[in-house]
Design a protein around this ligand. Structure first.
Ligand SMILES: [Zn+2]
Length: 374
């Protein structure tokens, strides 16, 4: 059984009309899933409950939780920046976002299943710091919850941005292997996620980063993914997989400079589902994440659920949803198959050379720590 977590209450996580994180992407994603007939006997909708203070405290300090509850700008805690402004109701809204991922993790503790929290994936929050549109780190909260049953947790982050908050929270923890593939920190927020960030202490070797060159596309992403991720599964043999599936790697995303298409995205998600089925008994906790082109996000996340159900991504969008979409956004959605992106020869040469160097360095660092992995 697949449990889908979504509530209209997550639409209250709203930083205002000028902010790129438009909550409508969540309701449009949910509506597409519903209109596509996926809420059947195999996929069940669950309304998330707000995270309790006790749950939030698994990752965040009481001082930070209190600061969020005050709902006033407090730069010491990262609250009130341009990226993460404070708004009335920010505490309840953030608690609902976190609650979905915690609820999903709790369900996976009770029974073997897979789960998908559309509103989750706020991977930039730190224990005492809001950052990059993220207040509570629902990803880390879900992982800490899963630890109550599972001893080897693999975190896969394919969002265009480095999963810095999650990496830092488990940086010294050998029970959580974090992997992030993202646009290089040389070009993009948060400016971290380089190959030499490999963990420390008991966590040394349990933090893996693949920084991608600017304008990297499907072939580059899939090559890097296949070089690294299957070997991590084989070596680590995770009990459970948590995946942050931000769709801001898309060529049309306004915040990033990558060239991934919806086809490439759906293929990579399909590989995550496949590998989780093979090595982790299908226990996948999927989370949304970034994605700032409204014409992409719902189609991308509906394809995630399709893949989790063992189906191919739909090449057909229900007319009822297309009508809703164009009424709400004033434009038309993209669909699968997406157009193909072919960079110029010189650009591709530069991308391939930079990526080859990155993978070589990454393997050298990790082969030094765990000689049997690469
Ligand atoms: Zn992102």
């Amino acid at each position: 059984m697949i449990y889908l977590y979504y509530s209209d209450r997550s639409l209250n996580y709203n930083f205002g009309p000028e902010h790129p994180l438009n909550p409508i992407r969540l309701s449009l994603s949910y509506q597409l899933i519903e209109d596509s007939g996926m809420l059947d006997g195999r996929t069940q909708l669950i309304r998330p409950t707000p995270a309790s203070e006790e749950d939030l405290h698994l990752v965040h300090t009481l001082e930070y939780i209190e600061a969020v509850r005050r709902e006033e700008p407090d730069r010491a805690f990262g609250l009130g920046s341009d990226d993460t402004p404070v708004f009335p109701g920010i505490f309840d809204a953030s608690s609902i976002m976190a609650g979905g991922s915690i609820d999903a993790a709790k369900r996976m503790i009770e029974a073997d299943c897979s789960t998908f929290n559309l509103a989750g994936g706020l991977h930039h929050a730190f224990p005492t710091l809001a950052a990059g549109f993220c207040v509570f780190n629902d990803v880390a909260l879900a992982i800490c919850t899963l630890k109550k049953r599972f001893s080897r947790i693999l975190y896969l982050d394919i969002d265009a941005h480095h999963g810095d908050g999650v990496q830092q929270i488990f940086y010294e923890d050998g029970d959580v292997l974090t992997f992030s593939i993202h646009e290089s920190g040389n070009y993009l927020f948060p400016g971290t996620g380089f190959v030499d960030e490999a963990g420390s202490g008991p966590g040394l070797g349990y933090s893996v980063n693949v920084p991608m060159p600017m304008y990297a596309g499907d072939a580059d992403y899939l090559m890097a993914f296949e070089e690294i991720v299957p070997r991590l599964f084989e070596w680590y043999r995770p009990d459970v997989v948590v995946a942050e599936l931000g769709s801001d790697t898309h060529y049309s995303d306004p915040l990033t400079s990558l060239n991934v298409t919806l086809n490439g995205y759906a293929h990579m998600v399909g590989r995550i589902v496949e590998l989780t089925g093979r090595w982790a008994q299908g226990r996948l906790l999927a989370l949304g994440g970034g994605g700032y082109n409204m014409a992409v996000v719902p189609v991308a996340w509906a394809s995630v659920l399709r893949r989790m159900r063992g189906e191919d991504p739909a090449e057909y969008l229900p007319p009822s949803w297309v009508e809703l979409f164009s009424n709400v956004t004033g434009c038309m959605p993209l669909c699968i198959p997406d157009m193909e992106i072919t960079p110029g020869k010189e650009t591709q040469k530069r991308i391939s050379a930079e990526l080859a160097q990155t993978l070589k360095s990454l393997k050298a660092i990790h082969a030094h720590i765990h000689p049997h992995v690469f």
